[in-house]
Design a protein around this ligand. Structure first.
Ligand code: PHE
Ligand code: ZN
Length: 877
């Protein structure tokens, strides 16, 4: 029993065992079809100064026996009529967020009137106001269960309906948008200050894809002609000051539309596609049918204000939301347990799209680095869950990197196993079979199995939590000229789940001839048992084996390489991803020396010194990645006990220093080789800028003569934000004498631009030298804003990247204080921030005990079911 319950019982001994407010669990195995379907819903949304009134008409038809159930939260119910007659409170039950009508006839028309208050909705779910003062707008966020905060409705993804939406508001808000096509717009009779618009969406959709916007926005317009000949109007809506930052997103949208036609045969299906930028948003963006709503950070981009990395992710997110039109909207999820069905597949699709916009090796490196830093650590800790969870209290807590990124890895393994042609046949079949339906992961696998059912075993990847560890070694027999590779797999047993079974693990492998450095064989080894031996014949001499090429499965690899083998592969691998992967293995070995590894940095440093000059000229972006040292969080994710943040930090810094000094003679030459040029958004130009920033930081680390001046000049003469911010960041991290002046200058220059000011906050909060005093003063800064998640994250998430500061008494005091503060106002955000603390149990004492106490203290105050559920999981460690 948790402490909170114990306390409550001491205060009130009559309290039942399970308090009445205890959040209840929902289980996949309890899934039941809804008893009623909705054919059409007509919504009339009238926005007034202090509230909104929502009138809805639902045409419902019985599907199976059972009650008619509507969900509703934070609604003031004014009226409900069934088939023309008004219902009294005796005609329905209303409790725990549900309105239930028993014995309803088979055909029902419900008329419902409710009142809500978007002006005070800080949760950013349902219908809410963004902005403040004279600068406000109103938007919806319905996924996953926000529609029930707008009106009573069977708010579940397997209820699909045709929506017609009338919006009415003061003319102060000229922009009135909803899903689908604009049918009519005009003035409200007898109310000269008010106007309305009526939208009709011809596609059947679940309520989580509903959206509307009431605002005063400018619009960037374009058009696209689909492969089916449809002329689509494309619109991006933003505040007038931001409308000049929408071109990148618009181009990405057109590229994504084309890409989906070419690669999946999917064309867009409406006459209009709208994107709206909003500054207050909990997530990145939302794929509402025909009316995407985007966090400004994920749609606005301009060279002067946006870094290359950000801009690249803007394009990826635009593509992601667009791809949802087929994988998510036209084919949707039967229930929220199937979230990975739309998210895993769509992430796989956006990663493939991005891989076509830059070097595919770099794309793979970035995706794998994210997976390792975040998903592996989630899978290693108390929040571990299957890609398709089996139960939840609050579905918002399951928008995780496991569902998204590991979900994408499964689709990737399936695609690679089938091969391009059969995968395409399978996805064609999926779209053909399930268009317009709400389906499950099993349905997905069954459609993909049309050419070959070997992929049906992949279902276990969806069911089993934990990251498999693949270990192996090789044996060469010169007499028979046979190489045998023995691989075995092991997954930790996560409590609450069945004992793990072996999964199908594709291990892409190449054999390299030691003398020539050439590939002599390529094989896809399918490891699907606990241990397996694979034999390769006709191998004239013992080769170097390169495994898990392109990261062919989301596993940890433990192969008995010699350091020299890894150095060999760093030079000879043709697979760019694997060149990076072997440097990461070398780095890990050096860093984990305390834990029994005896690798010396020399082999690694020599290989780097040899590789870098050539690579810098050939592929600057890849060269920049080869200098990566895994983040403190990624290193921590591999440590299960006595994790000492100070030690890890010291080891990382020492190695970084060694690299910087070992290559000290190269930095000046490299920096000159990468001159600043006028801005261009090409893969080459981005690579040059990325490498230049890395080289600058290395030069500052090694105290190269003149490096401080390089930084100052780069800042002052920057042609774009990547250059300016790269220089600023280096100056802040290295505490160069004038760093504060440059910070002040940066603030001056960009104080009108919230997204750049987010960078200003985060560069300070994530600095290697940050202290809790700095964090505290940033939280008290006049521009800090608790109601804007981007701003909260720019300080709080940034600071959690410094574990030596986070895991202290004061650090945790601040961090848990923020969660407490947001718990009531914005529980989705509070709970997400809390999930960062999941690995407290691995800490070395006394940090561990201290963290435990702070979490227990937080539990006494926890209010939302989001935070309660996350805390319970985190504490069960
Ligand atoms: N479905 C959105 C996406 O991945 C994410 C999201 C979830 C946004 C919940 C808002 C709320 O594209
Ligand atoms: Zn998505």
């Amino acid at each position: 029993m948790s402490t909170a319950e114990t306390d409550a019982q001491i205060i009130n001994p009559d309290m039942p065992d399970v308090p009445p407010h205890a959040p209840s669990k929902i289980n996949l195995k309890d899934y039941k079809k809804p008893s009623f379907d909705v054919e059409t819903i007509d919504l009339d949304i009238k926005l007034f100064e202090t509230y909104a009134q929502i009138d809805s008409v639902l045409k419902m038809v019985r599907q199976t026996t059972g009650d008619l159930v509507l969900f509703g939260e934070d609604l003031e119910l004014l009226m409900v009529k069934m088939n023309g007659s008004q219902l009294g409170t005796e005609d329905y039950q209303q409790q725990a967020g549900k309105l239930t009508i028993s014995d309803a006839p088979n055909e029902v028309t419900l008329e419902i009137q409710v009142r809500i208050c978007p002006q005070t909705n800080t949760a950013l779910e349902g219908f809410y106001m963004a902005g403040s003062g004279d600068d406000t707008m109103f938007v919806t966020q319905c996924e996953p269960e926000g529609f029930r905060k707008i009106t009573f409705y069977p708010d579940r993804p397997d209820v699909l309906a045709i929506f017609t939406t009338r919006l009415e508001a003061d003319k102060r808000y000229p922009t009135l948008l909803a899903n689908g096509n604009l049918v009519e717009a005009g003035e409200v009779t007898d109310e000269p200050n008010r106007h309305y618009a009526i939208w009709h969406d011809p596609t059947n959709k679940p309520s989580y894809l509903f959206a509307c916007v009431v605002a005063d926005l400018d619009v960037l317009t374009d058009s696209y002609k689909t492969s089916e000949g449809r002329n689509v109007l494309l619109e991006i809506y933003a505040k007038s000051a931001d409308i000049d930052k929408c071109d990148v997103g618009m181009q990405a949208l057109k590229d994504a539309m084309k890409w989906d036609e070419v690669n999946y045969g999917r064309a867009y299906d409406l006459d209009r596609y709208m994107i709206v930028a909003v500054s207050q948003f909990n997530m990145g963006a939302m794929e509402n049918k025909g009316l995407n709503i985007f966090n400004t950070a994920c749609v606005l981009s301009s060279p002067e204000t946006t870094t290359d990395a950000r801009s690249f992710s803007v394009k990826a997110i635009i593509a992601h939301e667009y791809f949802h039109n087929w994988t998510g909207n036209r084919i949707t999820c039967r229930d929220w347990f199937q979230l990975c069905l739309k998210e895993g597949f769509t992430v796989y699709r956006d990663q493939s799209f991005s891989a076509d916009q830059q070097s595919s090796a770099v794309q793979r490196i970035d995706d794998v680095a994210t997976l390792r830093a975040h998903q592996f650590s989630e899978d290693a800790g108390p929040l571990a869950h299957p890609v398709r969870p089996e139960s939840f209290v609050e579905i918002n807590n399951f928008y995780t990197t496991t569902v998204y990124e590991k979900g994408a890895e499964i689709v990737r393994m399936i695609a690679n196993t089938l091969g391009q042609e059969d995968f395409r046949k399978g996805t064609d079949e999926y779209f053909r079979r399930y268009d317009g339906q709400a389906v499950t992961v099993e349905d997905f696998l069954s459609a993909l199995s049309i050419t070959d059912n070997k992929i049906e075993d992949f279902i276990d990847w969806y069911r089993q939590p934990g990251t498999p560890v693949v270990s192996g070694h090789q044996n060469y027999d010169s007499a028979t000229q046979t190489l045998t590779i023995t691989l075995s797999q092991q997954t930790r047993h996560v409590s609450g789940f069945d004992a793990p079974k072996p999964l199908p693990i594709p291990v892409a492998t190449a054999l390299f001839d030691k003398d020539s450095g050439n590939i002599i064989a390529e094989r896809m080894l399918l490891l699907d048992q606990a241990t397996q031996t694979f034999a390769c014949e006709d191998v004239a001499s013992e080769p170097v084996v390169s495994l898990l090429r392109d990261f062919s499965a989301p596993v940890q690899l433990n192969y008995d390489y010699q350091d020299e083998d890894l150095a060999f592969l760093l030079t000879h691998e043709t697979n760019g991803f694997n060149r990076w992967q072997v440097t990461q293995m070398l780095v890990n070995r050096i860093l984990l020396q305390g834990q029994g590894s005896k690798s010396s940095p020399d082999v690694y440093l020599q290989a780097l010194a040899q590789t870098l000059p050539r690579l810098a000229a050939d592929d600057a972006m890849l060269a920049a990645r080869l200098l990566d040292i895994p983040s403190a969080q990624e290193l921590a994710s591999a440590i299960n006990k006595n994790y000492d943040p100070e030690l890890i930090k010291a080891q990382r810094e020492a190695l970084y220093q060694q690299v910087a000094e070992a290559l000290k003679d190269q930095w000046a030459g490299l920096y000159e080789q990468l001159p600043m040029q006028s801005y261009e958004d090409s893969a080459d130009a981005r690579g040059t800028r990325a490498l230049r920033n890395v080289v600058l930081d290395m030069a500052l680390t090694a105290n190269v003569n003149g490096a401080v001046e390089w930084a100052e000049q780069q800042y002052n003469n920057a042609s774009c934000m990547t250059e300016r911010f790269g220089a600023l960041k280096a100056m802040v991290n290295h505490q160069v004498t004038n760093a504060d002046e440059y910070l002040a200058d940066f603030y001056e220059r960009f104080q009108e631009n919230d997204l750049v000011i987010d960078l200003w906050f985060s560069v300070q909060a994530s600095a290697d030298t940050v202290s809790t005093d700095v964090i505290q003063s940033l939280l008290e800064h006049q521009d800090f804003d608790w109601n804007t998640p981007n701003r909260v994250r720019s300080v709080i998430s940034a600071f959690s990247s410094q574990p030596t500061v986070l895991w202290t008494q004061e650090g945790l005091e601040i961090y848990t204080g923020v969660i407490k503060k947001l718990d009531d106002a914005n529980p989705v955000l509070a709970s997400r921030l809390l999930q960062t603390l999941a690995r407290w149990n691995t800490l070395v004492e006394p940090r561990r005990q201290m963290a435990h106490n702070k979490l227990l203290d937080l539990q006494k105050h926890a209010a939302s079911k989001h935070v309660i559920e996350s805390l319970e999981s985190v504490l069960k460690a």
